[in-house]
Design a protein around this ligand. Sequence first.
Ligand code: DC
Length: 209
Amino acid sequence: MSSQVIAIDGPAGSGKSSVARALAATLGWSFLDTGAMYRAVTGEALRAGVDLFDEEAVGAFASDVTIVTLPRVSVNGRDVHDELRSDEVNHAVSIVAANPLVRAEMVRRQRDFAAGQPVGTVVEGRDITTVVFPNATVKVYLTASLEERARRRNDETEASVNRRDVADTTREASPLRRADDALVLDTTGRSVHDVVEEITQCLKLRTSS
Ligand code: DC
């Protein structure tokens, strides 16, 4: 793999998106929000009336949709950016994310995306350090207290965030877990700048040795 990857995992509201976005900007690297991909498939499947519990149907649907995540998220050319965090999608995305057929398709696209970037990509999600890029240059696992995580998702309740955490960590297909060699950072009370600084230092150490 010529293009480098910094892989970041962690539960909802742990700061992954803010940190990954800022880190990518600092380094001049690309950024990939993989949660947005699962959300985009979910929103579009709901819109199309696909039965989310029909694994084969949702898997086939996911293979057919074109998803663009930057600068705004679109599905088949339609801008869905502002629909991704609706209650409906928040509730249904765990079902779609647990579908192994959908995961296989998204993982393939995530690897293709990173391989096509000129320098490197900061990728964030739930299985990035463990499944998608187990050989990433730097692997990071972000955490934060449930109270702070719900506060960061100010339109979502603690119960809703917690429900997704449980679904993400207990599902059979690629559950969220800490990779043994990940840098574990608790972002509670820390600024994005501070966390980005620590990861940048870690990257320097890894690439200079
Ligand atoms: O990061 P997020 O809250 O936007 O993620 C939305 C959902 O997608 C969440 O339930 C976890 C799931 N997800 C996943 O299973 N694997 C990923 N790589 C990214 C997100």
